[in-house]
Design a protein around this ligand. Structure first.
Ligand code: C5P
Length: 236
């Protein structure tokens, strides 16, 4: 995709320097992983679909006054983004009980959360992304209490924009993960928002239309991702 070596390569994306200071290029690769990297595959076309969905969602958020790192999609499929100083946090917003919250606590799958619940994990594969609480986040000197309050406010705002868009597509936004970074002094949404990082159900059912199809072998992953992308990416 690009001849230069990546600056950073994660489980499903690689980041390259661009010719412009403070701008980077993200390659969404076809790699897909689950269970802390315990399950791994390469699915042709997955990267391109996730990049398109992420770009659409970032534009949607920007139109709603939410700062994201997104600048533009390049002709070669790379996403041009602003430089962020990333926080080692995974902000998970849950509208409905599913996944780890059902495995770890006595919630019944499908129970709606009013208001939505925010859970924050420490992003570190070697520690298996342990769950944090507000005191731990502050004691770890990651952000201040005021900044944490702001992150939660932005995460709720992202949720309301995304949830109502998906409702219009007859999809239920069960939960999703956000990552934040500093763009100078502004807390900014980074990383990606795609079928790899959201849990989506067909409205009125619990039919998975996201990475759970891959995790639990619930059907053809690429067929699902194509169908969901077509539904999510509407005329802007
Ligand atoms: O596994 P769990 O139920 O905690 O995941 C909640 C949501 O966060 C899911 O949509 C999942 O895809 C996303 N997630 C993620 N990356 C992680 C952990 C969770 O995108 N490292």
């Amino acid at each position: 995709m690009t001849e230069k070596a990546p600056l950073y390569s994660g489980k499903a994306k690689s980041v390259y320097r661009s010719e412009t200071d403070h701008e980077y290029l993200i390659e969404f690769r076809d790699d897909i992983t689950a269970f802390d990297g315990g399950k791994k595959d390469e699915l042709q076309g997955k990267g391109s679909i996730n990049a398109k969905v992420s770009a659409f969602i970032f534009r949607l958020l920007e139109r709603n006054g939410i700062d994201t790192h997104f600048l533009k999609m390049e002709d070669n499929g790379l996403m041009r983004v602003k430089e962020l100083k990333m926080l080692p946090l995974e902000i998970i917003v849950r509208n409905v009980a599913a996944g780890s919250v059902v495995r770890n606590y006595p919630f019944t799958e499908g129970k709606p959360f009013h208001p939505p619940i925010i859970v924050i994990d420490y992003k570190d594969d070697s520690l298996h992304d342990p769950m944090l609480n507000d005191e731990l986040i502050i004691a770890l000197d990651i952000i201040t209490s005021e900044e944490l309050t702001l992150i939660k406010k932005i995460a709720h705002h992202v949720n309301s924009v995304l949830k109502s868009h998906l409702e219009k597509c007859n999809l239920t936004l069960v939960d999703f993960k956000l990552e934040f970074g500093w763009c100078y002094d502004k807390l900014t949404v980074g990383d990606e928002i795609s079928m790899d990082s959201m849990r989506i159900w067909e409205e009125g059912t619990r039919k998975s239309l996201d990475k759970d199809v891959y995790r639990f072998e619930k059907g053809d992953v690429m067929t699902t991702y194509h169908i969901v992308a077509q539904r999510i990416i509407t005329d802007e």
